[in-house]
Design a protein around this ligand. Sequence first.
Ligand code: IMP
Ligand code: MG
Length: 179
Amino acid sequence: MQTITLNDKSFDLYLSESQLQDRVESLATEINEIYREKSPLLIGVLKGSFIFMADIIRHLTVQPEVHFVQISTYGDEMVAKKKPQIDPNFKVDITNRHIIIVEDIVDTGYTATFLIDYLKHMSPASVRLMTLLHKPASQVDGAVPDFIGFSIPPEFVVGYGLDYAQKGRELRGIYRLKS
Ligand code: IMP
Ligand code: MG
């Protein structure tokens, strides 16, 4: 079992690099089928989604457009504040476009639900939610994501873009907080 330490906490390997890469490739295959001829607009939620986004778009054949948006819900803690705030500089015209929100993880669901509602007011053709990780047992708000990489237990994870107090984003696998 591979263990790493970030600040004061230890984490065990939970999803390996090859498990992640295989799943990302099959998600991309799904997107390529569903959005054939549609050139979807992918909107990644910063910062956690940047590696997932970079990996998935390189398997896409649907000529995606890529944007990012910053939404603040978390500080450097492991507990969510309940009111998400969108970066006021986000000014992308999504009228009549097919939108895929790209999330690292859906935990309580507050962030994703907020963003879906926000975007739906801007007259897109469609809005779907893709997340690398989903914690179904933690979700208190919103619908089940349309595309899910892995459903995981309600435990804290880092790596592959996800952080613990801004550390661990560079890890090639996903690691789970040791109990
Ligand atoms: P939600 O609004 O509770 O669904 O959570 C949204 C954000 O919280 C995610 O996009 C992550 O940035 C962060 N988050 C939730 N769970 C974890 C975790 O286990 N590790 C790292 N970040 C997390
Ligand atoms: Mg996030």
